[in-house]
Design a protein around this ligand. Sequence first.
Ligand SMILES: NC(=O)C1=CN([C@@H]2O[C@H](COP(=O)(O)OP(=O)(O)OC[C@H]3O[C@@H](n4cnc5c(N)ncnc54)[C@H](O)[C@@H]3O)[C@@H](O)[C@H]2O)C=CC1
Length: 530
Amino acid sequence: MDAPTTMSAENGTSGDSGGGGGWFTPRKPVAARPGGSDAAGSGERAEPEAEGREAPDVDQDHITGRRTPFTSIRRVGAGGAATTVTAEPQGPPASPDPVQPTVPWPDGSERPAHEHPADPRAASGPQAPAAGPLDAGHEPSARPAPGAPPAPPTGTAAAEAGSPDAIRVRRTLGEIEPVADKVTSYFYALLFTRNPELRALFPAAMDSQRDRLLRALLTAAEHMDDPGVLTEYLQHLGRGHRKYGTDASHYPAVGEALIGALSRYATTTWDEETEAAWVRTYTTISQIMIDAAAENERHAPAWWHAEVVSHDLRTPDIAVVTVRPDQPYPFLAGQYTSLETPWWPRIWRHYSFASAPRSDGLLSFHVKAVPAGWVSNALVHRARPGDVLRLGPPAGSMTVDHTTDNGLLCVGGGTGIAPIKALVEDVAEHGARRPVEVFYGARTDHDLYDIDTMLRLSQAHPWLEVRAIVDGRTQLPDAVREFGPWNEYDAYLSGPAGMIRSGVDALRGVGVPYERIRHDSLDELVAAAD
Ligand SMILES: NC(=O)C1=CN([C@@H]2O[C@H](COP(=O)(O)OP(=O)(O)OC[C@H]3O[C@@H](n4cnc5c(N)ncnc54)[C@H](O)[C@@H]3O)[C@@H](O)[C@H]2O)C=CC1
């Protein structure tokens, strides 16, 4: 199964993945489903559905009619790159990665999400789109997640708060929310009809993909008044979209399709002022993305080729896949990447690195094949040594803070144990004498596919305690609550979205402040990601 987009305890916002909630509304807390298995909880995020689930119903006049010129978008990231977002009705500025984590089109990512600008421990690694591109969060009480914008204000008063542009943008979003599917269809119909060359940047079947791009754009627009978090988010999106072949010249076309779709469906609130507000907002969004991509291009490839060097089938549906990147791949333990197989071009999924950086440069992933998982099934049942995959940039901020001596409470459910193992190795390499407590949860004994590795680590390191929790009398989060106290620990949760939700609840219930709780994006876990 895919890995997540990383985040710390996060709040709810819409993002590039589909999971619970509409595009433009704050994420509603989703009740944990004890014992249940999340849609993506068991693995790969939902796969894109077949293309064309809905007739676009494109207005030909609209397609060929007046277009909104995005002349202020600079094609190259140089020259006074915008690094902060302004929602003031003036100057141009910057840009996101939709889906997949995203905005860039094709995917949308990067986890997510996962760089937390507001988090002092946030990793500075590349993308998060798996962070993905617009990842999103959930827990309403938690702080914003890395790589994801903060939850929007709620209520009428909140909707009317903020800059004039932000107010107009939110009014548009409020009006189109009930017809979000139609707006999406129309947006892509406009985009591809006017710019057929862009179609090749997207997967052949791309329902979830298309949702990501537009969703990412709208999510970003919704948060234009929060430059601190948004800028980081958009930069991440811009970097993450490089792997899709996104180019600065593509942004105006997307902006025109965006304005075309919004103006068609926001008939009550759309006027010249509103259009001007959207043009400024999109120009800001796209410029940030373009600048981030240009800056990233100076020191990192858009993607890495990675040859499979070993494929270890641990259970009938779980494989440990090890690859050798074609060039150095810098990342931090606890991060994840986006991965594309040769069998499903332009379909990217997130997987966490299952080891801390190794001297031989090899990277390992734990993959669980899930029923509808194109990528996960290919990786588990088809991939063999010699096959070449593509990797996006690393992302995620679920990394170890080496500036503190706090203990680490690590909770890994199923293949969510992968990044936990990497964190343990990271602590070991730093020679720290800080306590690390790992709770490794699984449905059955048989599902504890990596328990031998974890036990070997605990035998080698006296500061490490590993506990296997198999479903039965108690579930993973309950077990964590029974031990403790955890007030001297930083918590890391990795696994199914439901486990993370109930894990956060359990930890908060025993007094662990949310700023000490880190996990990947729940949205990434419950919906298609990149
Ligand atoms: N492969 C990777 O690199 C990574 C995968 N993940 C995610 O981890 C998940 C792993 O899925 P599976 O192995 O199928 O796990 P699973 O469904 O077999 O569950 C693993 C553990 O989590 C507990 N759990 C599940 N749902 C729960 C809930 N609602 N409340 C409390 N506890 C719950 C189970 O009791 C079990 O102990 C996937 O969602 C995947 O996206 C997360 C990080 C990295």
